[in-house]
Design a protein around this ligand. Structure first.
Ligand code: SF4
Length: 435
């Protein structure tokens, strides 16, 4: 493993930027906050709100400071993970107003994958180089409460070494209700069946008033925090997320991030923070006129930059969502405090159903091409951020120069680059392969 690509080693490809010199040229109250951040002090909720409201020159300096703090904390490596998302059912009656994925069982697009089909998809992903699968789905009342456990057991029997990162806190709570077990008992059962970590999804905005307007039937912010802390306590790490750009405002974002920071102080169980911009196009929330049409570019930059500064020293991995923002704007956020490019995904359904148009699969070569383009250092990671593969700059750039850029695709080819049919993401639905 080359020294250059060690995350956390804080090795730089260049000398630190003299950002202090720029602080004298922006509003003094913003300069003071950024200065405190550069000194390693913890930012308050109020300071976070002020940073979220930065625009113009203040926004540019905020991004530079966040990038500098990123360099000091984790160096120049940008990681990515080879993962397949398996959305095993879209049947759901929760009725979240920001979601177009969940469907009633009678809907023509409703589907539920047989366990064998899930295992086959996991096997395909493993054979294609994936180290992780992420299983999430709707809350389908036709499935037994033990279906989650059965999925884990079946996948692990076929692929004992794959990492299973699955089931949101809402799915964990649903399983507890259906089985009569406690949340802790469910999580222990999942762990014993092979679960490695859980996604910190279903967080949306951890604010009671906002959650009531997004969805009346979902778990409360308190429940989310309790389930996440319980998962961490039983040895299941998790990611942490925020969904922003709808009916929310900077004070909700700052409070949300501060709450995650408090949980992390208590448990140390978060592996990363993933800002997820609201995809509005096909949602009832947007059609009702209540929500904004997703986040703006300035909000995307501030979200990644401010979360880097507020979480510094607690959650040091900030992930961009290329499927929400597109790979090009994801590059911008990787220059504004973020250090992880996320996953290959292979079959991303949830964002696509809400109207996202950035594809469902990004090949590893494309991650590396975009990372080298930023003059940063790519590395393939495991779910827990252990580095699995480094790349020699000259050798890899020469290799990539021989290949046409692929961008993201709506399907993925298997079999050593031979074009074959991509796996279906829904019942009877075959996506075209563009590769
Ligand atoms: S976000 Fe999840 S729980 Fe809510 S409707 Fe969609 S699938 Fe169901």
């Amino acid at each position: 493993m080359s020294k250059e690509a060690q995350p956390g080693s804080a090795t730089y490809s260049g000398s630190p930027l003299p950002v202090e010199g720029l602080l004298g040229r922006i509003k003094p109250q913003i300069a003071q906050i950024l200065s405190r951040s550069l000194e390693g002090r913890e930012l308050t909720v109020e300071e976070g709100i002020q940073l979220f409201e930065c625009r113009g020159r203040e926004l540019q300096v905020l991004a530079l400071v966040a990038d500098e703090v990123r360099r000091q904390l984790v160096g120049d490596v940008i990681t990515y993970v080879q993962v397949r998302n398996i959305n095993f059912t879209n049947v759901c009656y929760t009725g979240c107003r920001f979601c177009e994925f969940g469907q009633r069982a009678s809907h023509q697009d409703a589907y539920t994958l047989e366990i064998e089909e899930v295992v086959q998809r996991a096997r395909e992903a493993w054979d294609f180089g994936a180290t992780e699968i992420c299983m999430q789905g709707g809350l389908n009342p036709q499935l037994s409460g033990y279906h989650y456990r059965d999925l884990l057991v079946a996948v692990k029997k076929e692929l004992p070494d794959i990492h299973i990162h699955s089931f949101s806190p809402f799915e964990v709570q649903y399983c507890a209700r259906r089985t009569g077990l406690s949340v802790e008992e469910v999580l222990i059962m999942f762990k014993e069946a092979g679960l490695g970590s859980i996604p910190g999804t279903a967080a949306e905005i951890l604010d009671t008033e906002i959650r009531q307007r997004l969805t009346k039937n979902k778990l409360t912010a308190e429940d989310w925090a309790t389930i996440i802390k319980t998962a961490h306590r039983v040895g299941l790490p998790s990611t942490s997320t925020i969904m922003y750009g709808h009916i929310d405002a900077p004070r909700h974002w700052s409070n949300h991030i501060a709450l995650l920071r408090e949980i992390q102080k208590e448990t140390g169980g978060f592996t990363e923070f993933v800002p997820l911009g609201f995809i509005h196009d096909n949602t009832r929330l947007y059609a009702s006129g209540e929500a904004r049409p997703g986040s703006t570019g300035a909000e995307d930059i501030t979200m990644h930059a401010v979360s880097r500064l507020m979480l510094a020293g607690y959650i040091n991995n900030i992930q961009v969502s290329w499927v929400k923002m597109g790979p090009k704007f994801a590059q911008q956020c990787l220059m504004s405090g973020a250090n992880d490019f996320g996953g290959t995904l292979m079959d991303e359904t949830i964002s696509r159903m809400a109207g996202a148009s950035y594809g469902e699969y990004m090949p590893p070569d494309e991650f590396r091409r975009l990372i080298w383009d930023l003059d940063r250092v790519p590395a393939q990671r495991a779910t827990n951020y252990k580095i699995l593969r480094n790349f020699d700059r000259a050798e890899d750039q020469a290799y990539l120069a021989q290949k046409p850029a692929t961008g993201t695709t709506t399907g993925w080819a298997r079999g050593g680059g031979k074009e074959i049919t991509a796996p279906a993401t829904g019942a009877g639905r075959i996506l075209p392969v563009i590769n």
